[in-house]
Every structure is written in C-alpha cells, then in structure tokens.
Design a protein around this ligand. Structure first.
Ligand code: FAD
Length: 403
C-alpha cells in the first residue's frame, strides 16, 4: 500500500488545478494525481475547438451564476471566493495571458489549449505533484480515518482525497457505495436535429437574434440561431439544451419548437407586411427581404407561405399575408433527436448538491472527501462557464484541504 498525504482522483481540469494549488501553498504535503488515461487533460486539449475557452468575462457573481442550469444557487457563495477575475490573475501569474473575445469568451492569447496544458504540467512539476497515469481507480473505502483507494496498479491510501473524475459512471457508482446520491446523468449542450423543407438548403445561415420556445414546456431562450446541415445550433439552441436537459431527455429528444425570427408580435409583423403591400406594390415579395433577415432565410419563409418567387406585394391576399407573418413570428419546427456540439458538451447529473458543503467543497457525508468539477451535479451553458466551475471548486477545495 502506497501512502500519500493528498490524493486527487482524476487528472483533468479540476484535478490539476487543485493539485497545483495544494502543492504550491503547502510544500510539505505530498500530492498525487491518479489518472486513468495515459495523458490526462484530454478534455482541456479538445476544448473550445482546440483553443480552450478558459472562462467568461462576467464579473458579477449574481450574473455569473445565471449561466448554470444546475448549480446556480450553490455557486453563488463560491464565486465570491474565486471567480472569473481570479482565473485571469491565476493564469497571468503563471505566464499565460488570456484575451476576451467580443461575445465575452476568454481564451489564451496563443489560441491554443496546449498553452493551458503546458502551464499545468510545468506547475505540477515545479511543485512536485506526482502524476500517475494509467492508474484507474476502482474503489474507495475509508478505514480509521484513512481512505483506501484500489487502482489498476495497486492500493493507495491518503488522509484526504479530492474526486475530480468529471462525468464518469463508474466513479459515480463508487461514490454511491460511499453513501452519496447521484442525480441521473443526461447530456447537456447539444444541437437539435430537424428535417424541414424550410432549412434543408440553407446550412450556414445565421439569424442574429431569435426567440425560441419549446411547445408544452416553459422553456424559452433567445440569441443567435445557426442553420446546420442536420438542424439548428448556436447559443439560442444550446441554452435550451442546457436548461431543458432533463425535460428534453424525458421526451426522448422528440418535441416541437416555436421560433420568432424577428422578435415582433404577429400583429406588429402583419402591420409591417400590410404597409409593404401598399408601398412596394410592384416589387416581388421574394426579392424584398424584410426585418434584416438573411436573404436565404427570407426566401425560404416566403416560399413556405405559399408565395411564389414572382408574386408581387400587390398580389398578396389576406391569408398569404397572415401565413407569412406567422412564419416570421411563430414558425413551428419538429425536433427529432440531438447531435453533439463539437466545441463543448457536458453531462448534467452527478453528486447531489445537497450532500456537499459549498464553503469547502467537502462531502457532508464523508469527512475529508472533496469534490470539484463535473463530478458534481453542476453544469453550465457554453462559453467557458464549465471550466470556471472546475477552477472555482478546485481552488476552494485546495484551500480547505491544506488547512
Ligand atoms: C469537446 C469538449 C469541449 C469543451 N470545451 C469547453 C470549453 O471550451 N470551455 C468550457 O468551459 N468547458 C468546455 N468543455 C467542458 C469541460 O471540458 C468540462 O466541464 C471540464 O473538463 C470538467 O473538468 P473536470 O476536471 O471535472 O473533468 P475532466 O476534465 O473530464 O477530467 C476528469 C479526469 O478524470 C479521469 N478519470 C475518470 N475516471 C477515472 C478513474 N476511475 N480513475 C482515474 N481517473 C479517472 C479522466 O480520465 C479525466 O482525465 C468541453 C467539453 C468537451 C467534451
């Protein structure tokens, strides 16, 4: 049996961040990371399309928490201890400069996730963190104040452990055996599969600001919408997938959405169209794009309203005007399944938040057992918030582990 002071299970984002903070702040503690794979930090590597969206430029805790469908209430306190500004400072102190893009997402100036990985590996080495790869943790038990950790490479023991295994079914089972409750894992941050004539031929088209609701639910979101080869994506859809992760899973990802492409009421839209019927009488409807919509989307919505390419505004009858107003403000689309959003996807579910003390990130059920990152039932919308959860939890757990 190999004895260590602190064992971190999982060499991913949260695991490395915690290990470095512990070892840096208390050089007497022997910190070991047990990592299942041969490299670790694999999600960091592929994150943000290979650029690693480290965090988000939102500096007010009350605003920041609103990006977490699960964890909103629990993260408010922790964000007062360590949040986005601290993340910038933490990386800058270690030679990694971050930049903020127009939409608030933060990336390393290098535009490469390898910069973050190199930083972690160098810091871990500098402070003597022992990283043991190819060590799969199989079970955890506690005897006389010491945790016993069975791995594929032998038995380890430690007084304090941090579980940072991300979304991992086997470790959730191990944690259940320790008495914890695990909220059923379901995917979050996915795109919607939609087969529909209106969008079939226009992949790549972006509507800058739409409103979307999911029929028969209270789910609603707004933001940019991207038409893809297989359906719809972009923040308006991803937000629905995150906030509706549980409800949409229950429906087996078969549901209907209603889109308001122009954020106007049906009545206001109809008024505008009626005015165009007068003012643009001799022009074709097809060629006179309205409401700043992308031309190709306007074309599809016009055709879907049974208005042919050569129909002039003057020739539109009442029904056609109404159908066009309806297509623009309350177009219904049938969603049939989901696809992975390649830039970032996460799992909703994990250790029940009621069983964790968010002042310390320690288990309320098992003393000296800490958690950080996606192993907890916390997840966020896309934009760097998921990593921020990992950094915050890891930092606070580290601070308390060294106490
Ligand atoms: C493609 C993709 C892109 C993403 N991009 C972004 C982004 O740009 N910004 C953002 O904020 N979020 C992003 N995310 C989400 C983000 O990566 C996660 O929320 C974050 O990595 C969670 O950190 P973690 O340390 O909890 O888990 P992980 O980073 O998943 O690390 C867990 C580690 O534990 C190890 N492990 C698991 N089981 C065991 C075991 N039994 N024994 C030993 N080790 C084990 C795993 O091998 C892994 O190394 C992305 C996710 C994906 C999939």
């Amino acid at each position: 049996m190999i004895r260590k002071d602190v064992i971190i299970i999982g060499g991913g984002a949260a695991g490395f961040f915690a290990a470095i903070n512990i070892a840096e702040q208390n050089s007497k503690l022997k910190v070991t990371i047990l990592e299942r794979s041969k490299e670790g930090l694999q999600k960091v590597k592929v994150s943000g399309g290979g650029r690693c969206n480290v965090s988000h430029a939102e500096f007010i805790p009350q605003e920041l928490v609103q990006n977490y469908p699960r964890g909103e209430k629990e993260l408010l306190g922790p964000f007062h201890q360590f949040m986005t500004g601290d993340t910038i400072e933490w990386f800058e102190k270690r030679g990694v400069e971050l930049k903020i893009e127009e939409d608030g997402r933060m990336f390393p100036v290098s535009n490469s996730s390898q910069t973050i990985i190199d930083c972690f590996l160098n810091e871990a080495k500098k402070y003597g963190v022992d990283v043991l790869y190819n060590h799969i943790v199989k079970s955890i038990s506690k005897k006389k104040g010491w945790f016993q950790i069975e791995t594929s490479e032998g038995l380890f023991s430690a007084e304090k452990i941090l579980v940072a295994t991300g979304s991992n079914l086997k470790i959730w089972k191990v944690l259940e055996d320790l008495g914890h409750t695990i909220s059923q894992p379901v995917p979050s941050l996915f795109t919607f599969n939609i087969e529909d004539e209106r969008i079939k031929d226009i992949p790549g088209v972006v509507a800058q600001h739409v409103e979307i609701s999911v029929l028969e639910t209270d789910l609603f979101s707004e933001g940019p919408l991207l038409i893809t080869h297989w359906g719809m994506s972009a923040p308006s859809i991803l937000k629905l997938s995150a906030f509706g992760a549980l409800q949409l899973a229950k429906r087996d990802y078969k549901f209907q959405i209603k889109i308001n492409f122009i954020r106007k009421s049906f009545e206001d839209c109809l008024e505008v169209l009626k005015t165009s019927k007068q003012d643009l009488a001799k022009k074709t409807v097809f060629k006179s794009t309205h409401f700043d919509l992308p031309k190709r989307l306007w074309h599809q919505l016009v055709l879907a309203s049974n208005i042919s390419e050569d129909t002039r505004w003057a020739d539109l009858n009442k029904v056609q005007l109404e159908v066009l107003a309806s297509q623009l403000t309350q177009a219904v689309f049938k969603v049939n399944g989901k696809s992975t959003f390649k830039e970032e996807f996460v799992t909703a579910g994990g250790v029940d938040l009621k069983e964790v003390n968010f002042k310390t990130f320690e288990s309320k059920l098992v003393e000296n057992l800490y958690f950080a990152g996606e192993v907890l039932n916390i997840d966020a919308v896309t934009g760097g918030f998921n990593f921020q959860n990992a950094w915050t939890g890891a930092f606070i757990a580290a601070k308390n582990i060294i106490k």
